[in-house]
Design a protein around this ligand. Sequence first.
Ligand code: PLP
Length: 468
Amino acid sequence: MTDILTDAPAYTDRTGAAHALPDADAEARLRADDRAHVFHSWSAQALIDPLPVAAGEGSTFWDYEGNAYLDFSSQLVNLNLGHQHPDLVAAIQQQAGRLATIQPIMANDVRGELARRIAEVAPGDLDKVFFTNGGADANEYAVRMARAVTGRPKVLSMYRSYHGGTGTAISLTGDPRRWANEPSDRSVAHFFGPYPYRSAFHATTPEEETQRALAHLEQVITLEGASTIAAIIIETVVGTNGVLVPPPGYLQGVRELADKYGIVYIADEVMVGFGRVGEWFAVNHFDVVPDLITFAKGVNSGYVPLGGVVISDRIASHFDTVPFAGGLTYSGHPLACAAGVATFEVFERDRLLERVRDLGSRVVEPRLREIATAHPSVGDVRGLGLFWAIELVRDRETREPFVPFNAGGKDAAPMAAVTAACKRAGLWPFVHFNRLHVAPPLVISEADLIRGLDIIDDALSVADAAIG
Ligand code: PLP
């Protein structure tokens, strides 16, 4: 595992030439191209200042000034094996040397091996894989399969959720990123999922939350019309919208409702699959078998874009004689699949699932509980494996959020100050609304993990001061 790296390495440019950091000239050139020509995601283009990154190794990356950042967000919670993992880099290089690309209708060795390995760790009879380029299109295709199999149009998803930026995926999304894209897919209805800390059902125990959240979901099914609903899609642990771990029995209850009404249950594991919570798929932790699982990110740490849908026999067999009406030029791209196969090898060799469970329960959870006690600005901490949220409040009694829902500009300034304190101390945090998430690479050294938690602990004094 990577040790604490404090010295800036020499970085290599795209010709392979090595340079020392800081490198102001290279930074200026990069910034000029970026600002003039790169159009960035989810942003007002003139109001952003993208960080120029020179190099990365393990859990650390460096900017062109030579500042090191401990990556506690695994980029966008995709970099499960850290930057420049030698096994993944070698697998991609070798595959590029033997067959860089091949179209989807042909059979390919690494594509087949990755599909088999995914099927082996997926629960129940989920035995086939349709590969996509990422998470959003995985959800698009999962919904398309559910609609084809059921002959029904509608899909239900949670308010607090993110399912991707494309047409149906952004409609499924329950967070404010959907608003500017409406209307797109009109056949989506939203419901409230469990969130014990801010229960929509006035529940006071996890059991009550489960029972009431399921009763609410059943009402939504009834009122929307069960015979019109193709699928329910749920992030097994809600990611960006709060690291919401479902209370005991909730997902089993969803499974039962789906069976009762003939609805396809889609588990979106784009963020939590491949080890983030200490299981290959998070549904394994909750002992529930969905009909479809969507994945991306951690399948190969995003070294080459890859996502997919794991398909149960019941759904796959529908397409034995009926053609599946969908496809992508790069479905099952060999470079991406080679990195996926290498990911399986690394997980097995380094016993990463066990490691995640151990670090989560032995290091992260107790430390976050201490942090929650010590800082009046912390309302709740929750999570599983190496996936945690620290939810900040202005007042522990009223639970008023530290910054308002979807705050921007001046309203978000108190949270921006906490973020800035983390960055000054060399930590790159994952921040969403009034929460800091802890989602480091799964290969982070224990020393780095503790150092990152120390930095967050210190930075929270900024939040404490802001609430006086
Ligand atoms: N689903 C979940 C739960 C996600 O977290 C994300 C991305 O963050 C997506 C879907 C979309 O994945 P992608 O950005 O690869 O399209």
